[in-house]
Ligand binder design. Structure first.
Ligand code: EPU
Length: 423
C-alpha cells in the first residue's frame, strides 16, 4: 500500500486546475443506464470510485471506452445483461446503490447489495427505498440484497424526510422514465444534483426545480444519448484553498464556480483570508495566521460535511478556539486523533469538536481512515514542521485526482512512496 511523505512548512503559491466532481460524475455515469444510445462524458476525473463505477456498469452490460488522459468516457448500455450490483463492488463504494433508480425505470427490476455501514456512519438507504415504493416499486430484502421490481413506475409525490443527496438523485433517475408527473419534495440542493439534472435534460428528460427543494419531473417514454461535461469539484477546490490558507500562501483554483462554495469561502474570510471571486475561479490570499472560526455542517447551501475535516486542520493552526459541529454524519471525527498526533489540541464533545489553535504542529506518522479525513491529514502534514507520513492513502485516491502533483505544483514537498520502500 502506498504512503505519502510530506516535508512540511513550505508556503504554497500558484494556481491549480480543479478536476471534474466525483460526486457529480458518479450519478451521471449511472444515468447512462437510462438509454440504449451512446453517452459521451467529458471532464471525468480519474479516480478509484469512477473505476469502480465503470466495473459496476460493465457488470450490467454497459460497453465503455475510456480515455482518462483526456478525461473522456463513452458509454453505451444497449441491453442490460444482468440487473445486479454485487456485494464485492457495492462494499467498496456505497454510491453503487445509484443503479437502483435507472435500472427500475428502464427494465422494471434491479438487485443491489445493501451497502452496510461505513467509517463515517451507519448510512442507511431507507429514503431511497421509500421513495421508489412511492413510484410503485415493490421492494424486498433478501440475503443482504435489495430486490426491487415494478411493472411500470408511475409518477407520484415523494417527500423526503431529510434532503439526502443520493436519494434525491436515485429518485430523479427513476422518475425521468416513469409514467406521468413526479413531485420530489424536501430535495437536496447540492450542485451535484443540479449537474445531474442538466445531464438528464441533455438526454431529453423533462425536469424543473433542481437546486431548490421541489423538483418536478414529467416522465418520458425514452431518453437519448448525450455529450456532457461534468462540473468542477467544489470540495477539491476548497481543499486546495485550505492548503494555501494554512501555509500562509496565495492560491487560485481554476474551473470551479465560486457560488458552489460560498459557505466555505465565507468562513475563510471570517478566518482572515482575502477571497477573490471570478466567474470560474477563486483566489485566496492568507494575510497571516488564520483566526478561530466556528462551523456547523449542514445540507447545501450550508457548510459541507465533506470540508469539515479539512477546515478543522486550518483551525488547528488558528489563533484562538473554534467549535466545529458535525450534523450530517454521526462518526465523522476520525481525523481528530490523528491531528492530535501532530500536536493539535482538539477535544470531542458529542457532535462537536473544540479546537484550540496551535502556533506550530510537528510532523508524525499518520493513518487515513476515510476520504476527507485523509485530505485533512495531508493538510496537517503540509503545515507541520518536519516529516509527516500518511498511510492508507487508497482512501485519498477515491476522491482526489493527482493530489501530490497538484500540491507539488503549488510548491509543496510531497511524494508518494510505494510501501516496499519503507516498512
Ligand atoms: N440518510 C438516511 N437514510 C437514507 C439516506 C441518508 O438516514 O436513505 C442519512 C445519512 O445516514 C446521513 C444523512 O442522511 O446521516 C445525509 O446523507 P446523504 O444521503 O445526503 O449522503 P449520501 O447521499 O450517502 C453524499 C455524498 C457524500 C456526502 C453526503 C452529504 C455522494 C456519492 N456522496 O452521500 O460524499 O458526504 O452526500 O453531502 O454523492 C465524500 O465525497 O467524501 C462523501 C462521503
Amino acid at each position: 500500500m502506498d504512503k505519502i511523505r510530506i516535508q512540511g512548512g513550505k508556503i504554497l503559491n500558484g494556481n491549480v486546475e480543479v478536476s471534474g466532481a466525483k460526486n457529480a460524475a458518479l450519478p451521471i455515469l449511472m444515468a447512462t443506464l437510462l438509454t440504449d444510445q451512446e453517452c459521451i462524458l467529458g471532464r471525468v476525473p480519474d479516480l478509484q470510485d469512477i473505476r469502480t463505477t465503470i466495473k459496476v456498469l460493465n457488470h450490467l452490460g454497459t460497453e465503455t471506452t475510456s480515455d482518462f488522459s483526456a478525461h473522456t468516457l463513452k458509454l453505451r448500455a444497449p441491453e442490460v445483461k444482468c440487473f445486479e450490483a454485487p456485494y464485492d463492488l457495492v462494499r467498496t463504494m456505497r454510491a453503487s446503490v445509484l443503479v437502483l433508480g435507472p435500472l427500475l425505470a428502464r427494465y422494471g427490476k434491479a438487485k443491489v447489495s445493501l451497502p452496510g455501514g461505513c467509517a463515517i456512519g451507519a448510512r442507511p438507504i431507507n429514503y431511497h427505498l421509500l421513495g421508489l415504493e412511492r413510484l410503485g416499486a415493490k421492494i424486498e430484502l433478501e440475503g443482504g440484497y435489495v430486490i426491487a421490481s415494478a411493472q411500470k413506475l408511475r409518477g407520484n409525490r415523494v417527500a423526503f424526510e431529510f434532503p439526502s443527496v443520493t436519494a434525491t438523485e436515485n429518485l430523479m433517475m427513476a422518475a425521468v422514465l416513469a409514467e406521468g408527473e413526479t413531485l420530489l419534495e424536501n430535495c437536496a440542493k447540492e450542485p451535484e444534483i443540479v449537474d445531474l439534472a442538466r445531464m438528464l435534460r441533455s438526454m431529453g428528460a423533462q425536469i424543473e426545480g433542481e437546486g431548490t427543494e421541489l423538483i418536478t419531473i414529467q416522465g418520458k417514454k425514452s431518453l437519448h444519448g448525450c455529450n456532457y461535461q461534468i462540473v468542477g469539484d467544489r470540495i477539491e477546490a476548497s481543499t486546495y484553498l485550505a492548503a494555501g490558507f494554512l501555509t500562509g500562501g496565495n492560491v487560485r483554483v481554476d474551473g470551479v464556480d465560486p457560488e458552489t462554495i460560498e459557505a466555505v469561502l465565507g468562513k475563510f474570510e471570517e478566518a482572515g483570508a482575502t477571497i477573490i471571486r471570478e466567474a470560474h475561479s477563486v483566489g485566496l490570499r492568507s494575510n497571516g495566521r488564520p483566526k478561530a472560526t466556528n462551523i456547523t455542517t449542514l445540507p447545501f447551501p450550508g457548510f459541507p460535511t465533506d470540508m469539515q475535516a479539512q477546515f478543522m486542520t486550518v483551525m488547528a493552526m488558528a489563533e484562538g478556539a473554534s467549535l466545529i459541529t458535525e450534523t450530517i454524519f454521526e462518526n465523522r471525527f476520525m481525523h481528530v486523533s490523528e491531528l492530535v498526533r501532530l500536536g493539535a489540541d482538539i477535544t470531542i464533545r458529542g457532535h462537536s469538536a473544540m479546537v484550540h489553535g496551535q502556533k506550530t504542529l510537528k510532523g508524525a506518522p499518520l493513518m487515513a481512515t476515510d476520504l476527507r479525513a485523509s485530505a485533512s491529514l495531508v493538510l496537517g502534514g503540509l503545515c507541520a514542521q518536519g516529516e509527516t507520513w500518511v498511510s492508507r492513502v487508497y482512501h485519498l485516491d477515491r476522491g482526489y485526482e493527482n493530489m501530490e502533483s497538484k500540491l507539488q505544483k503549488l510548491g509543496a514537498v510531497i511524494e508518494r512512496v510505494p510501501s516496499t520502500e519503507r516498512s
